[in-house]
Design a protein around this ligand. Structure first.
Ligand code: IVH
Length: 670
């Protein structure tokens, strides 16, 4: 393939991939399977690696992230990012509508929209290509978060149709509830503290330095305002145009946006969403009402803070009062203790609430809870409602203060709390029953060993019958023991035995994840497996070696060290090894062993190769890629734009810095 052909195919593929992205993420109407999509993306990635001169900034391959932004640059907004005046009162909405109607001669149309509860973003497009995305900041200037914003699949990198040459579009980046809950489930699994709500998490995610983590989290974006565009006479018209350019905008079909010609229309929209918002797959905190005509907007103007042509009606978070009956403490797989409040049943947001999460000891202390208290309960971004306050006037004399436990409710070990962490833990992880069961449940779960035929009920049963105490015991189970169990017929026993047998082929990275080392989630397990190749290397790795692995920081390194310093864990691993589980990565054939024993840090942009290509070359010639520079690094391959701090670190540590040409010379040397 010559350069010209490559360029043609790259352009065609990019266009087609973006079309499928649009169909999937904006229209929710995919035309091809995920597999076919992945194959197209892979082909594009391969071509861009071979022809890096055509790896454009707006290529859909940029959506997987990978670039690290050390510090976000502060940039001035072209148009100030104002905020909205808001109210909780329908009378004030009425006053606002009346005031506007008096100020403006002639008919007025309003546009009603949802008030998305996320982070405001302004995105600039030049000649149809996304060039810059900036957070609100103080309204005058914000942070340049372009790299992270590009990973959001519903935001077009290149526009379609008849778009203006230079304009800005604004909207809200938010965390869809399903993705937020999945993220928290994952965090719970690896013993990380849970995120409090989707909005703050969206904001935190957008400011993460590693864009590949942002790409994995599944943020979304709804666009609701076009700036610097003279091709429309009204707000609604410009939203319709933006839809044609490929943006995800609110639609009339779902009643996310609606024109209203009077107060009745506005109120109808408000009342509809006050009820319906509970069924949305994302959070809103109100509705926004805007004057539709741009001329009328201009006539009304703005104050220093907010436009006079728009107002937000905020929904009151539904809050109920009920009695705190008791506080119980749950013990998780990692030993984390979660206090849960038992409440007198009460209706909230269409469901009966009996329990509320209390998060941790600090939360209990802050609320100054007493048993029998009349407490206020709200439903926020989480499924489980939370206690937000106490009606102290109703507290009974002599009510017993809730004091956080100091012993594990299950095994009575003394609880611990690490400095800087809010959570208490039961440290007795080799004896405490819920921890043991939790570890087995994690081990067999779909993303780990994926043992078919073994669910949490069976695990419970196996524990109760004394047949297992840890995950290694699973491999000692036999037919005769299993057939004796309640509800276990021949078919299910065979199924389970086959599932156990099949797990012997599960690759090392999944086995490593299955071990349940705190903070070692799926991605971290993959990185560790690839970097250190086998379990012996991992067990023997010291702190420095661990943190040299891409994405492994101090916290994870310490957790790994502590896991393997426990003899019980080493014995478990030994047993699993003897049963035949995979404890090393499958080797890829090496082109040579020229770089045997050498470790490389690749940084910056290169001419002859893409970064990925360079790294592959290092590995296929026996070398090792490491994520950060340490005294043990053999070479830093420095491309253009390599950060000055990295260069300094390399020279301070006396690590050799070589150019791309030096690297090629090393490769070609006999
Ligand atoms: S219009 C000058 N429309 O609310 C008015 N804002 O308090 C520009 N928001 O910073 C904003 N949904 O982050 C507008 N449909 C919507 C919105 C919306 C959410 C946010 C936005 C803004 C804040 C204002």
């Amino acid at each position: 393939m010559n350069e010209e052909q490559a360029l043609v195919e790259i352009e065609e593929l990019s266009k087609e991939i973006e079309r499928h992205n649009y169909l999937y993420y904006v229209q929710s109407a995919p035309e091809i399977s995920d597999y076919d999509f992945d194959m197209m993306l892979k082909r594009l990635q391969d071509l861009e690696e071979k022809f890096p001169q055509y790896a454009f900034d707006h290529s859909p391959t940029k959506r997987v992230g990978g670039d690290i932004t050390r510090k976000f640059e502060t940039v001035k907004h072209r148009y100030p990012m104002l905020s909205l005046s808001n109210t909780y009162s329908q009378e004030e909405i009425e006053d606002w509508v009346n005031r506007i109607s008096k100020t403006i001669d002639g008919a007025i149309h309003f546009v009603c929209e949802l008030k998305y509860d996320g982070v405001a973003i302004g995105i600039q497009y030049e000649n149809g290509v996304l060039t810059r995305a900036v957070t609100r900041g103080d309204g005058e200037q914000g942070e340049n978060v372009t790299t992270n914003v590009k990973t959001i699949r519903s935001i077009p990198l290149k526009l379609r149709g008849d778009y203006p040459n230079d304009f800005e579009i604004r909207g809200e980046i938010y965390f869809p509830l399903a993705n937020f809950e999945a993220l928290n489930r994952e965090r719970e699994e690896i013993g990380e503290q849970l995120f409090a709500n989707p909005r703050n998490t969206a904001s935190g995610t957008l400011k993460m330095q590693n864009s590949s983590v942002v790409a994995q989290r599944g943020l979304d974006c709804m666009l609701y305002g076009v700036y610097g565009y003279s091709g429309a006479e009204s707000h609604l018209e410009s939203v319709h145009h933006a839809a044609k350019w490929g943006f995800k905008v609110p639609t009339e079909k779902k009643r996310e946006i609606e024109r209203a010609s009077d107060l009745n229309g506005v109120m109808d929209f408000i009342n509809y969403w006050d009820k319906e918002r509970a069924n949305l797959p994302f959070e809103i905190d109100g509705v926004v009402i805007k004057v539709d005509s741009y001329d009328q907007q201009e006539e009304l103007g703005s104050t220093a803070k907010s436009p006079r042509w728009a107002i937000a009606y905020k929904f009151k978070t539904e809050r109920v009062e009920t009695t705190l009956e008791s506080v119980v403490y749950q013990v998780g797989r990692t030993g984390a203790i979660t206090p849960v409040a038992n409440l007198s049943p009460v209706q909230l947001g269409g469901t009966t609430v009996k329990r509320a999460s209390l998060h941790n000891a600090d939360q209990i202390g802050k609320l100054d809870l007493h048993i029998g208290d009349s407490v206020f309960v709200e439903k926020g971004g989480e499924i489980i409602p939370k206690i937000v306050g106490v009606n102290e006037d109703k507290r009974k004399i002599g009510a017993q203060k809730v004091i956080f436990i100091d012993e594990c409710p299950e095994c009575h070990s003394k609880l611990t709390r690490n400095e800087g962490e809010a959570q208490h833990y039961c440290p007795n992880d080799t004896v405490c029953p819920p921890q043991l069961k939790g570890k087995v449940e994690h081990f067999i779960s779909r993303k780990a060993m994926n043992i078919d035929g073994l669910g949490s009920e069976t695990v419970e049963l196996l524990f109760d019958k004394g047949l297992i105490r840890n995950y290694a015991d699973i491999y000692e189970l036999n037919y005769d023991q299993l057939i004796e169990l309640d509800r276990m017929a021949e078919k299910s026993v065979n199924n389970l035995m086959q599932g156990i047998q099949a797990s012997l082929d599960v690759p090392y990275e999944k086995v490593l994840y299955a071990l349940g080392i705190r903070f070692v989630g799926e991605t971290v397990a993959k990185k560790l497996a690839r970097a250190l190749k086998n379990i012996e290397n991992l067990i023997n790795a010291g702190f420095d070696e661990l943190i040299a692995v891409d994405e492994i920081g101090e916290k994870i390194a310490n957790s790994i060290l502590s896991f393997f310093s426990n003899e019980d864990n080493i014995r478990l691993v030994e047993r699993l090894k003897n049963y035949g589980l995979q404890f090393e990565v499958e080797e890829v054939a090496s082109a040579s062993d020229k770089f045997e024993g050498l470790s490389f840090v690749v940084s910056g942009v290169f001419n002859a190769f893409s970064r990925k290509e360079l790294k592959d070359l290092i590995e296929s010639n026996g070398g090792k890629n490491v994520g950060s520079i340490s005294g043990k690094t053999s070479y830093v391959v420095a491309g253009e734009n390599m950060g000055p701090s990295k260069l300094k670190k390399a020279s301070d540590l006396g690590v050799k810095i070589i150019s791309e040409d030096d690297f090629i010379a090393m490769l070609n040397k006999e």
